[in-house]
Design a protein around this ligand. Structure first.
Ligand code: COA
Length: 223
């Protein structure tokens, strides 16, 4: 049976432990763009005014999202609760902890889901000033699935991550049973590097089976 994920989440804040709770030094870092426009969609970093669009989507997509992304991201809530969640994502963006964008389709009118960059080092999630790699994550509403939006949005954040200083690798983590999700790094040229029981995000949770896909970056990919 599929288990709820908590590592590579499709739009989650990630593990809030260790260095993530420390002071972030952004002196040498330019934050990624707030808005990326492509022919088919717009990636826009979350804004509190997006809460009325996100609130019903979470209500309608519990069965679709809950098995695969952290409940703190997927859980439905009141407008006030969803606004507070978005404020947290926005703060994380400003402070270089992780970078999450909403995916808007249909000329920017329809909220389809989210895509994010989660900086890491070899041991886990860290803020951008300590990162030498990053994990990507994504989710779509059921209604928006099946059009290639997640693959294309993931491609955009791969491009953004590739341009960040010191990055040697981009990773994607997910439940080995999540075939729809695994298809995305496969399409983007990632390779499976390992399957492992990873440390759970919360104390008391059992270790979770995770498959890790990676895209090594080299000087050519930065050109
Ligand atoms: C993972 C998830 C984002 C994948 O969604 P998806 O719709 O399959 O992915 P894409 O948006 O890239 O769409 C790809 C599909 O659209 C099809 N498609 C249709 N039109 C397309 C177009 N113009 N361009 C590209 N693909 C297109 C592709 O053929 C593919 O279909 P297939 O799976 O039948 O081969 C989605 O299942 C989801 O949100 N799941 C719950 C959350 C989750 O698991 N997040 C990841 C945690 S690790």
């Amino acid at each position: 049976m599929a288990r709820r994920r908590d590592g590579s989440d499709g739009g989650a804040e990630g593990r809030v432990a260790g260095p993530l709770s420390g002071r972030v030094n952004l002196a040498d870092h330019t934050l990624p763009p707030a808005r990326i426009e492509t022919a088919r969609f717009v990636l826009q970093r979350w804004r509190v005014e997006d809460a009325p669009a996100l609130t019903p989507i979470l209500e309608e997509n519990v069965a679709h999202l809950k098995p695969w992304i952290p409940w703190r991201v997927a859980a439905p809530g009141t407008l006030e609760e969803i606004t507070a969640r978005i404020e947290g994502w926005s703060r994380d963006f400003d402070e270089g902890r992780n970078f999450i964008w909403a995916i808007w389709v249909d000329g920017g009118r329809d909220l389809a889901g989210a895509v994010g960059i989660y900086p890491r080092d070899a041991n886990g999630r860290v803020s951008i000033d300590r990162a030498d790699r990053a994990e990507i994550g994504y989710w779509l509403s059921m209604r928006a699935a099946g059009h290639g939006y997640a693959t294309d949005a993931a491609r955009e954040v791969v491009r953004i991550t590739t341009a960040m200083p010191r990055m040697i690798m981009i990773e994607m983590r997910c439940d080995p049973a999540n075939e729809k999700s695994i298809a995305i790094p496969r399409r983007l040229g990632f390779h499976e590097v390992r399957r492992a029981a990873e440390t759970p995000a919360a104390a008391g949770d059992p270790p979770e089976d995770t498959v890790v896909w990676a895209l090594p970056l080299n000087s050519d990919s930065r050109a």
